[in-house]
Ligand binder design. Structure first.
Ligand SMILES: Cc1cc2nc3c(=O)[nH]c(=O)nc-3n(C[C@H](O)[C@H](O)[C@H](O)COP(=O)(O)OP(=O)(O)OC[C@H]3O[C@@H](n4cnc5c(N)ncnc54)[C@H](O)[C@@H]3O)c2cc1C
Length: 283
């Protein structure tokens, strides 16, 4: 048997977290794979488990002050079924894993797993998601790009849980998401690209560009976005090569069983080009 705690309420979970060195487990779709030892063998958990996936406080999806508050335990299926979640975010979530896995997997687990291939992350970085973490002592907030500190590394402290993700309740004028995998469904990401933009009077007034799976963490450059904002749509096409050249050194993919580094970089820059070409066609 694996030792574990199954608190009924979030406050109880935080108290346990403050008293014991334990591993939170939500859906277990990452943890069970990482700790598996083989058929019929119990997984190799070094610490007692703290089951949090059932906690009601972590499942709410509400709109408050024009922001969407998503409980960290919200399942990928809950997000897909919610009318509050922007369509472009659902597009990314709908390509994750399979329906049975999405019925177990939580958004909080995807963030805390902090994989550069985590498929909720390109959107969450693009919208400057704020993460709320709680301990028995209180709560603090972190922008997602400060919470994730490296591959599989976060700023979560030993006594804390991620409880909520806050994103703006906003839809951009142009939305573009592509996940490149081995096949259309049930496929882990080789490279992911997300682009969103706002347009007014034939000019770009906002742009967000993020790349997944091509560096230790999601790639976003506020400097390059600032450089692009204000460009008239008719000038975008001519600026594509320059924008690709600016992003190129930021893309430092690895070569692994899923893909080669060369392919990852090439396809990512091509997707950037497609996105910019799409924008240039907007009226
Ligand atoms: C077959 C299969 C296919 C998959 N396909 C994809 C895919 O296409 N794209 C993708 O991005 N991922 C994929 N995954 C990975 C996984 O399903 C997701 O990352 C999922 O969102 C993890 O959520 P979970 O609730 O199962 O996390 P868990 O496994 O329960 O936890 C993951 C990590 O987060 C920590 N954690 C969880 N919740 C909290 C919290 N609230 N506070 C603090 N720490 C917490 C845990 O301690 C653990 O370290 C796949 C996995 C499988 C098995």
């Amino acid at each position: 048997m694996v030792d574990g705690f199954r608190p009924a309420l979030l406050q109880e979970a935080l108290k346990i977290r403050s008293e014991y060195d334990c591993t939170p487990i939500a859906g277990g779709t990452d943890l069970m794979v990482q700790k598996a030892r083989g058929f019929a063998l119990k997984p190799d958990f070094e610490k007692p488990l703290l089951f949090i996936g059932h906690l009601p406080e972590l499942h709410k999806i509400i709109i408050e002050n024009n922001q969407i508050h998503i409980g960290a335990g919200a399942l990928l299926t809950d997000l897909l079924n919610s009318k509050k979640i922007p369509a472009i975010f659902k597009e990314a979530i709908g390509l994750m894993a399979s329906p049975p896995s999405r019925n177990l997997a939580s958004i909080g687990g995807n963030i805390c797993n902090a994989s550069p291939a985590g498929d909720t992350l390109p959107y969450l970085y693009a919208v400057n998601a704020t993460l709320v973490v709680m301990s028995a002592k209180g709560e603090r907030t972190n922008p997602i790009n400060e919470f994730i500190t490296g591959p599989k590394q976060t700023a979560l402290r030993r006594d804390e849980l991620l409880t909520k993700i806050i994103i703006p309740n906003k839809i951009f004028d142009v939305n573009f998401y592509r996940k490149v995998g081995q096949r259309k469904g049930m496929s882990l990401t080789k490279a992911a690209f997300l682009g969103m933009a706002d347009i007014e009077n034939g000019k770009l007034t906002d742009i967000r560009i993020t790349f997944g799976s091509v560096a230790p963490v999601i790639v976003r450059s506020w400097e390059i976005e600032k450089y692009i904002i204000g460009t008239p749509l008719r000038e975008i096409k001519a600026a594509i090569t320059e924008i690709q050249n600016q992003f190129e050194p930021l893309l430092r993919p690895i070569h692994d069983a899923r893909s080669t580094a060369v392919y990852r970089k090439k396809v990512s820059l091509r997707l950037l080009e497609d996105f910019l070409k799409n924008i240039s066609k907007e009226k």
